[in-house]
Write a protein that binds this ligand. Structure first.
Ligand code: AMP
Length: 304
């Protein structure tokens, strides 16, 4: 596996392969790799000829006072994981290579970034959209893999690829969880033992919402209350948002008639946790409630 740090060298490597007709798969990450990242890397290894994993803690997606300096870093272990999973390149650009003196351009996807994560973290999605666009411009992948854990982010990336004609196929993979249901995240290592013990309640709360929908509750505010009741039981958890949304637009729903995405973000100590579940409302068939098959599902952006 090659370690490439310079964007110019990375671009040259990719250009050479593209000229030969080799397909390039890409998994962008911020490092501190775990089994969630590993599942993307494995899918990418199977889905493309050449595989690039990037490790870059992107400063522009952290707001003032957020956890940029405390973000976990484990480059040696990350490289070992990439090597074991047979990545061809680990791309590790420096901050100054990505944002040299005089850097100006930003990318915004205003509608998708308006709510939820974007409302709590006002600079976040502009930073994400900009770095993903830059990374795609450097790595020039044919395919890129993202995790459903960051549902709004995956929607944003699909939208910007479409809007800017970037020609990258985006593949979204299901969320990988710890045995108790907590979504794997690089930030989980910063949880204390007490915090870790209650962190899975975010997933429990989403499951509670899912059960309510499966029982036939169609009133979104009743489902939201069912989710909130779980979080309210635990004083260590503070809610940023728990929402029942349209999976294609992320607008809050009032009634759940077909599919919904349950979005949740809570704080435990200094760590923010996010998670989501896509749920299908049961269908009435011949007077009986029949549950729809609820595969993990992420839609393409809604047509305008
Ligand atoms: P990050 O390093 O947190 O920026 O994440 C890099 C990629 O890994 C993003 O596409 C995330 O959505 C994805 N990812 C992070 N955690 C998980 C998880 N638990 N399951 C699946 N994908 C994940």
């Amino acid at each position: 596996m090659r370690i490439i740090r310079s964007p110019a060298a990375m671009a040259a490597w990719s250009e050479g392969l593209r000229r030969e007709g080799v397909t390039i798969g890409f998994v962008p990450t911020m490092g501190a790799l775990h089994d969630g990242h590993r599942s993307l890397i494995r899918a990418a290894r199977l889905g493309s000829d050449a595989l690039v994993v990037s490790v870059f803690v992107n400063p522009t997606q952290f707001g003032p006072g957020e956890d940029l300096t405390r973000y976990p870093r484990s480059l040696a272990r990350d490289r070992a994981l990439c090597r074991r999973e047979r990545a061809d390149v680990c791309f590790e650009p420096t901050e100054t290579a990505m944002y040299p003196k005089g850097y100006q351009t930003v990318v915004t996807v205003p509608e998708i970034a308006r709510r939820w994560e974007g409302a709590v973290r006002p600079h976040h999605f502009q930073g994400v959209a900009t770095v993903v666009t830059k990374l795609f411009g450097i790595v020039r992948p044919h395919f890129a893999w993202f995790g459903q854990k960051d549902y709004q982010q995956a929607m944003l990336v699909r939208q910007l690829v479409k809007d800017l004609n970037l020609g990258v196929k985006i593949i979204v993979r299901p969320t990988v969880r710890e045995p108790d249901g907590l979504a794997m995240s690089s930030r989980n290592v910063r949880l204390s033992v007490e915090e870790r013990a209650v962190a899975a309640m975010l997933y429990t709360s989403l499951q509670e919402g899912r059960e309510a929908i499966r029982r036939g509750i169609t009133n979104a505010s009743a489902v939201q209350k069912a989710m909130a009741s779980v979080i309210e039981q635990e004083p260590l958890l503070t809610t940023d948002y728990l929402a029942v949304c349209d999976p294609r637009t992320l607008e809050p729903l009032t009634r759940i008639t077909s599919k919904a995405v349950l979005l949740g973000a809570v704080r435990v100590g200094s760590v923010r946790l996010i998670d989501n579940l896509v749920v299908s409302a049961p269908r009435k068939r011949r007077g009986k409630m029949v549950e729809r098959i609820s595969a993990t599902w992420l839609p393409s952006p809604a047509p305008r």
